[in-house]
Ligand binder design. Structure first.
Ligand SMILES: [Zn+2]
Ligand SMILES: [Zn+2]
Length: 466
């Protein structure tokens, strides 16, 4: 029977699903679990034409991140939990689709209206959360056949434990310890901290690249294993084009001493202390690597700060813990402190005198340049979060980042002497401690020194000093 009355203003009837629309294509791809790739322009028109959003309101610096935000929100829509109900016909197609579109419109609207940076950060955090654990097929069958690779926000890193709940293994998070202020030495040897020092003569990068092996196991790990080699990897950088040059520890030390003597009169004591500590750590590294007491430019050297490995066995403690529970799952982290050092360049030319004299420093001494000009650039980076600080107060910003975004490191145990050790004292001493191992002269330093010095040319400066 036909009717002259207009159809009621029913949203579904008024907006039948346009199966050619981008929204429907995306929605269908999620329903069918099929991969879908769309050009960025299509995503933009999806926002403006289908979701009716004001895309002009997106700050220009944020535009490139838009696809990331879109895709992340599509992925995390809680409506996907009802997908099986939908597939069984319990939820009408148009209703389910409209809910998806409504969610996207709501989330993107919030993101666009001035909180784009907040949304981006939340989405990036979410992304890390999507697959918090990956099992890697890296076999170290000493305890567990698989290592687990944890992707999570920094503040979860030291707070994760695993527990049995019935037949399941579940991941839990505890509060973690309070942050304690770090000294500069502690900061420089803290996990994930990278520092780049640069003045006109010298530029080097020093970054902590600890190796973490994480296992689920049933017994406390009692490995006595320690590492034989100091140098783990040497990589020659080809992209800088400069010839590799070899500098002796004594030369570098003499240069830094002269430089510091000059700086001390000009910069505030706090800043001076920071610079001095960075240079001291660098020199300690060169001495410790001990490849003929030399360091080569254009070469990345990854070395073990400590021959010892450290371990954390974490077991969720419950009041009901008893002997019958001894087969409960534990979580074990094996930590090998490793540092990567890269002397990018060293142009410090000695003048031709019997006494040590460096041209640039002499030039600085004579000039009346201001503190701002002679100040080296010191850049910090958290390699875990990939956040970089390059302002004059970079050290404070780095400290603040660790305090705000990371959790305090928990105690570790030396795998050799079994002592429980506080990470704060380890980092103050470049991860060394009074260990049985260190009294044992068998600590081997089987360094493949040839790879480090071969093909590097020794400078005349170098020879002058030795
Ligand atoms: Zn971080
Ligand atoms: Zn020990």
């Amino acid at each position: 029977m036909s009717t002259t009355n207009p159809a009621p203003a029913n949203l579904t009837l008024a907006n039948p699903i346009n199966t050619e629309s981008t929204g429907w294509k995306i929605f269908s791809a999620f329903i069918d679990d099929t991969p879908l790739s769309l050009p960025e322009e299509v995503l933009w028109s999806y926002l403006s034409d289908e979701l009716k959003l004001d895309t002009q309101a997106i700050p220009s610096e944020c535009r490139e991140h838009l696809p990331l935000i879109l895709v992340a929100y599509m992925n995390i829509w809680s409506g996907w939990h009802f997908k099986s109900d939908f597939l069984e016909g319990k939820i009408p197609k148009d209703h389910y689709f409209q809910r998806f579109q409504k969610y996207m419109r709501y989330k993107l609207n919030i993101a666009i209206r001035g909180q784009f940076a907040v949304a981006l950060k939340a989405v990036q955090e979410q992304q890390k959360m999507v697959a918090p654990i990956q099992i890697e097929n890296k076999v170290d069958s000493e305890f567990s056949p698989f290592t687990i690779h944890i992707q999570c926000p920094a503040n979860m890193l030291n707070t994760i434990v695993f527990s049995n709940v019935g037949d399941d293994i579940v991941m839990k998070q505890h509060l973690g310890g309070d942050w304690e202020e770090l000294t500069i030495t502690q900061l420089l040897n803290w996990p994930h901290v990278e520092v780049t020092f640069r003045n006109k003569d010298v530029c080097f990068v020093r970054r902590q690249r600890f190796e973490y092996l994480r296992y689920l196991n049933f017994l406390p790990h009692e490995s006595k294993k320690h590492e034989e080699s100091v140098i783990e990897n040497v990589e020659i950088l080809s992209n800088y084009g400069n010839q590799r040059q070899c500098f002796s520890y004594k030369f570098l030390q003499a240069y830094f001493n002269t430089y510091l003597e000059f700086l001390e009169k000009l910069v505030a004591p706090i800043k001076f202390n920071e610079i001095q500590t960075i240079l001291t750590q660098f020199l300690e590294d060169v001495k410790y690597i001990d490849v003929n007491q030399r360091m080569v430019t254009n070469t990345t050297v990854l070395f073990r700060l400590s021959p010892m490995r450290f371990i954390r066995n974490k077991k969720l403690v419950k009041n009901s813990d008893n002997k019958l529970d001894s087969a409960r799952v534990g979580y074990c982290e094996i930590i090998s402190p490793q540092t990567e050092l890269l002397l990018l360049y060293c142009k410090a030319e000695q003048t031709d005198t019997p006494y040590l004299s460096f041209e640039y420093i002499e030039e600085l001494k004579k000039s009346n340049k201001t503190e701002a000009v002679i100040m080296p650039s010191i850049v910090y980076r958290c390699t875990f979060c990939n956040i970089r600080y390059n302002s004059p107060d970079s050290k404070q910003l780095m400290m603040q980042h660790l305090k705000a975004a990371h959790k305090m490191e928990q105690q570790v145990r030396c795998t050799f002497c079994k002592k429980h050790l506080n990470v704060l004292s380890l980092v103050a001493n470049r991860w060394s401690h009074r260990c049985l191992q260190s009294q044992n002269s068998s600590t081997s330093r089987s360094v493949n020194s040839n790879s480090l010095v071969s093909s590097a040319t020794s400078t005349s400066n170098d020879q002058n000093i030795i």
